[in-house]
Design a protein around this ligand. Structure first.
Ligand code: AMP
Ligand code: FE
Ligand code: FE
Ligand code: ZN
Length: 297
């Protein structure tokens, strides 16, 4: 039987619903052999996951989903938020630590500002929001959604995101994120393997402007590959079907690693563990390219 490999999941260390221990339990129940633990902008869940996985047969791949952005000066388009998965980086690398500390502290500040804006129209306080964010965890809009749901304003996280939490809405405040090129460089310096998360969720999403012709799109990816990009998360529920075909052509052109993942967030999102998986060959390619950290088993 081939290994069941799901390389993208979240816990309460960022915007997932389950503790690292509970995530490991659920991964085993879902019949996974390999689980990527990829909280946003923090590695603080790794130790607990390692303890929970020890002796169970589950292999945990310590990872991070780094918040980055792409700027296109002069294009007339606003900065695009891009998520970069990093597999097996050294969590103690000073450059990586500095960057993630900076992102998390800006995220805290930004979430406070969003709560202040929301107070005009909703009964919500920063104390209520921050009370259920564990110390050291990465704060995000889903933490505000939690309170809005608890108070009956919305039935679930998706509804809150379709409403006041949307990125183009009046309550939104952006947060600092490094340029994608810097994110790739930092992860490589830390011995990690950078893979673009959900790279093609719409024509005007992701690291490259996919509304261009194919030659220009390939040229855009060439730049990222030269910067050290190692792979693309192709099998993800938010990539469009047409996007997946384009991403396959990009991966073939540059001989990139390709992955499939659930991007599990527990009850915070409909994504189910193991709904997409990564082949053993691509998993082996990630292990071979990594030098920052060993898998947890
Ligand atoms: P933030 O990082 O604070 O900008 O919030 C974005 C995070 O919220 C992402 O990591 C997603 O996992 C989560 N998110 C975005 N859209 C939705 C949605 N429609 N439903 C649930 N979670 C979402
Ligand atoms: Fe998330
Ligand atoms: Fe993401
Ligand atoms: Zn994710």
């Amino acid at each position: 039987m081939p290994l069941r490999i799901d390389l993208h999941a979240h816990t309460t260390r960022s915007d997932g619903a389950d503790s690292p221990t509970e995530l490991v339990r659920q991964a085993l129940a879902a019949g996974l052999d390999v689980l990527g633990l990829s909280d946003h902008d923090t590695t603080s869940g790794w130790a607990e996951a390692a303890e929970a996985a020890a002796g169970t047969g589950l292999v945990v791949i310590p990872a991070i989903e780094l918040s980055c952005q792409v700027l296109e000066p002069g294009s007339g388009f606003p900065p695009r938020s891009v998520h970069l998965l990093g597999y097996l980086p050294n969590p103690l690398h000073p450059g990586l630590q500095q960057e993630t500390d900076k992102i998390r502290s800006h995220r805290d500040h930004r979430l406070k500002l969003m709560v202040e804006k929301l107070q005009t129209d909703f009964d919500i306080s920063w104390e209520e929001v921050s009370d259920h964010i564990p110390v050291g965890a990465t704060a995000g809009r889903p933490h505000i959604a939690h309170i809005l749901i608890e108070k009956g304003y919305f039935p679930d996280t998706s509804a809150a995101f379709a409403g006041p939490l949307r990125a183009d809405g009046p309550y939104h405040v952006p947060h600092y994120a490094p340029r994608l090129a810097h994110g790739i460089a930092v992860l490589r310096e830390a011995g990690g393997v950078p893979v673009l998360a959900h790279p093609y969720t719409g024509a005007r999403s992701g690291a490259v402007d996919h509304q261009q012709d194919e030659e220009a799109i390939l040229a855009g990816y060439q730049v990222l590959v030269d910067q050290g990009l190692a792979g693309l998360e192709i099998h993800h529920r938010e990539n469009t079907e047409q996007g997946k075909e384009m991403l396959q052509r990009v991966a073939a052109e540059f001989d990139l690693i390709t992955t499939g993942s659930s991007d599990f967030h527990g009850t915070k999102k409909p994504n189910v563990l193991g709904e997409n998986t990564t082949s053993e060959a691509n998993f082996e390619a990630i292990l071979a390219a990594a030098s920052g950290q060993e898998p947890l088993r």
